[in-house]
Design a protein around this ligand. Structure first.
Ligand SMILES: [Zn+2]
Length: 394
């Protein structure tokens, strides 16, 4: 069986977080689980949240295969019983005894994670990256989320000329003196990926902002027109700065409009002549529509697939996702990512799962005569770190 545990990892898409030294078992579960609803979500629906409801929310968060896998790997790491209480107590004690930075760094070392490429648009308010860097003890390279800037500008009482200038300047300063390695967009969440490439016309942005400002007919399609225009402008700025653009595709939290997030919705835009020079990373590789992302990375030259989110949150699908993305995507266009957040532990367990799933998927390719063991080792290195290093110029 292949074993990639010694290979180093660049996490191509994840999020910074604030230091949390001591957590209760329930708090830790809330930090590291994916989905499962929240008390606020239920209250907003007029549902009374009592102790039994809170216990039920905890139960479904702890009942996913992703969570069970994480718990097992952490119980092994800490050499404790495989229960949430024992694992949380062990992580709290380790932080108390060895200090937070040393604890976080030990977990990253154990997963051989040497670089985190972080989208600091989540959580909000933004995490101070200097503090985060000092706390995790590995290379941290930030990505600038355009929707944070767009929201700031919408909240200001400014007209189109100033809006446009501030948007361009904000991106330019992030990509130059700000040290950001690329841009990120979650337009999929907001108004969907069916973006008309001709939205780049400056007139479209101007008319849309005018309509929003006057709330004429409550804006109608104006907000989509404005976001589409600003997305196209972000592509042009990425080309100017030779920086990649991360685009959210596929699943996300409960707010996502899943059918508006399919990678295939982006095709018209991606093949538009004026945008062909932009390097685009399809974040989450569009899971559960990951085969579409793999296909797009095959037929268009500047498209990368980021494996995060399906891996690790879809649990035992990890090896299948890798295999299905590799059906069409060139080996040099696929990057490991975790989409991890909250605390150091899921960064570590995601790296373990990624390496295990890669070993399974590549072993099948060896067995089926597609590659040798040496080729599989080389491929794993590319997916775990080299492809991301090339994309981000690390
Ligand atoms: Zn993310």
């Amino acid at each position: 069986m292949l074993d990639f545990s010694n290979l180093s990892v660049v996490d191509a898409h994840c999020h910074p977080y604030r230091r949390k030294d001591k957590l209760s078992a329930d708090e830790w579960v809330d930090e590291v689980s994916f989905g499962g609803g929240s008390p606020q979500y239920l209250r907003d629906g007029g549902i009374e949240v009592d102790d039994a409801t809170l216990a039920e929310l905890q139960r479904v968060k702890r009942d996913t295969l992703y969570f069970r896998y994480m718990l097992r790997r952490l119980a092994e790491y800490f050499q404790v019983e495989e229960t949430v209480d024992a694992v949380v107590e062990a992580r709290n004690r380790a932080i108390l005894e060895e200090g937070y930075a040393s604890y976080a760094n030990s977990l990253h070392q154990a997963g051989k994670i040497d670089t985190l490429i972080v989208d600091d648009g989540h959580p909000l308010p933004q995490v101070n990256l200097e503090n985060f860097r000092a706390q995790v003890g590995v290379e941290v390279l930030p990505i600038f989320r355009i929707e944070v800037l767009i929201q700031q500008l919408l909240d200001e009482d400014i007209g189109w000329l100033e809006f446009q200038r501030a948007y361009d300047d904000g991106i330019a300063s992030a990509l130059s003196e700000g040290g950001y390695r690329g841009l990120k967009s979650i337009i999929a969440y907001r108004t969907g990926l069916d973006i008309d490439p001709r939205s780049r016309s400056v007139d479209q942005g101007m008319v849309a902002l005018e309509k929003i400002r006057r709330a004429r007919g409550r804006g109608g399609d104006a907000i989509k027109n404005l976001r589409d225009h600003l997305f196209c402008r972000a592509i042009e700025r990425c080309i100017d700065f030779d920086a990649p653009l991360q685009v959210h595709t596929g699943m996300g939290d409960w707010e996502v409009h899943l059918d508006a997030c399919r990678p295939a919705q982006l095709m018209e835009l991606l093949r538009y002549p004026a945008y062909r020079a932009c390097k685009i990373l399809l974040v989450h590789t569009g899971y559960p529509y990951h085969a579409e992302a793999g296909y797009i990375a095959n037929v268009l030259p500047n498209i990368w697939c980021d494996l995060s989110e399906g891996l690790p949150f879809a649990g035992n699908a990890a090896a299948r996702i890798i295999a299905e993305v590799l059906e069409m995507a060139p080996l040099s266009r696929v990057c490991y990512g975790s989409d991890a957040y909250g605390t150091p532990e899921p960064f570590y367990t995601s790296a373990l799962l990624g390496k295990q799933a890669l070993a399974q998927a590549l072993q099948d390719l060896i067995d089926d005569g597609f590659m040798t063991e040496a080729g599989a080792e080389e491929t794993a290195k590319m997916i775990l770190s080299d492809n991301a290093r090339e994309l981000y110029g690390i």
